[in-house]
Structures are given as structure tokens and as C-alpha cells.
Ligand binder design. Structure first.
Ligand SMILES: CC(C)(COP(=O)(O)OP(=O)(O)OC[C@H]1O[C@@H](n2cnc3c(N)ncnc32)[C@H](O)[C@@H]1OP(=O)(O)O)[C@@H](O)C(=O)NCCC(=O)NCCS
Length: 153
């Protein structure tokens, strides 16, 4: 298993992984309407490359397949952390999260923030993230709920 920085050309595999994980893993916790209005799926990944290039973005590769990715803004906000649907529970997200936390420390940031899905909430809690509040939003009139969480570094 190799953890490396995102590079140009990864975006196709990442968008496929992202969509498949949402449709198979997150769909256990969300309605069809919520899945169809999920950022990325809704906008057909129009901004994916730009945001991955702007953020601190990592992938994990196994046998030349991207099996996980995560990205964090330069002020310590994790935007996405997704593991391939067929590689869940093998320590992939933990590896990426650990690296993003190191990167945040290198930037002298004192905390990491994120908005977690219901699916990932207990994963983040097990990594020391605390719930700050529940965030309600509406995308195309469909209600979404996330949990704003943070970890002091
Ligand atoms: C949440 C997610 C990223 C975890 O990825 P993963 O690679 O399977 O996680 P890991 O294998 O590194 O898990 C590490 C630990 O967390 C636990 N864990 C993983 N997913 C969990 C979950 N959903 N709930 C509770 N615990 C979880 C594992 O049991 C493991 O515990 P251990 O270290 O004591 O054995 C993955 O389930 C996923 O892709 N979810 C859908 C995408 C998503 O919602 N991402 C967040 C968007 S905000």
C-alpha cells in the first residue's frame, strides 16, 4: 500500500471511487434524493480537479489502483476522505488522515476541522474528533445534515 500526493491524471479514478463509495457505502445512511444531490455527484465533478490541485491532497494506491483519497485546505479543513467500496476497513482512511494531520502540524495549524457525513462520524470520533454542532443545509431543496467536528492538534 503506497500513500502519495495526488497527481494530475488521478482525477478520473478519484471521481469514480467517490461516486461508487457514495452509492454503495453512504447510501446505507442516506436517501436517494440525498445521494443524487451529493456534492460531486450533483455537479458531475466539474470542480474536482481544481480543488484537488489547490488543496493538500493524497491518495493511497494498491496494485496500481487508487483505493482511497483525502484532501485538506491550507487552513486545516478536511474536505473529503473516501475509501474505495471494496477496500473498506483496511486502515486506508486512517493512513490518509494521519498524513493530513502531520501536514497541518507542519503548517503550524492548531486544529483540523471538517463536516462529517453520518457514515464517517464514528470513524472520526475514534480518531479523537469532537462534534461541535450539527449543520443543516439544503441542496436543490433536499435536506442534508452534517456534523461539524474538530480536533485540536
Ligand atoms: C469513513 C471511511 C472513510 C473510513 O475508511 P476506512 O478506510 O474503512 O477506515 P479505516 O480502515 O482506516 O478504519 C479505521 C478505524 O475506524 C473504524 N471505522 C471505520 N469506518 C467506521 C465507521 N463508519 N464507523 C465506525 N468505525 C469505523 C474501523 O473499525 C477502524 O478501527 P480500528 O483502527 O480500531 O480497527 C469509509 O467508511 C468511507 O469511505 N465512508 C464513506 C465516505 C465518507 O462518508 N467519507 C467522509 C465524508 S465527510
Amino acid at each position: 500500500m503506497e500513500l502519495r500526493k495526488f497527481k494530475l491524471g488521478d482525477e478520473k479514478s478519484i471521481s469514480k471511487l467517490h461516486e461508487e463509495t457514495i452509492r454503495t457505502i453512504n447510501s446505507k445512511d442516506y436517501s436517494n434524493e440525498q445521494i443524487e444531490t451529493w456534492p460531486g455527484i450533483l455537479d458531475n465533478y466539474s470542480n474536482l480537479l481544481k480543488t484537488l490541485q489547490n488543496n493538500i491532497s493524497y491518495v493511497v494506491e494498491l496494485d496500481n489502483i487508487i483505493v482511497g483519497f483525502g484532501d485538506m485546505g491550507h487552513s486545516g479543513e478536511i474536505f473529503r476522505l473516501y475509501t474505495h467500496k471494496d477496500y473498506q476497513g483496511k486502515g486506508i482512511a486512517s493512513k490518509i488522515l494521519e498524513k493530513l494531520e502531520k501536514e497541518a502540524k507542519n503548517l503550524n495549524l492548531n486544529k483540523i476541522t471538517l463536516e462529517s457525513s453520518l457514515t464517517a462520524k464514528s470513524f472520526y470520533e475514534s480518531k479523537g474528533y469532537k462534534i461541535i454542532k450539527k449543520v443543516h443545509s439544503k441542496i436543490n431543496d433536499v435536506k442534508h445534515e452534517e456534523w461539524k467536528m474538530e480536533k485540536i492538534l
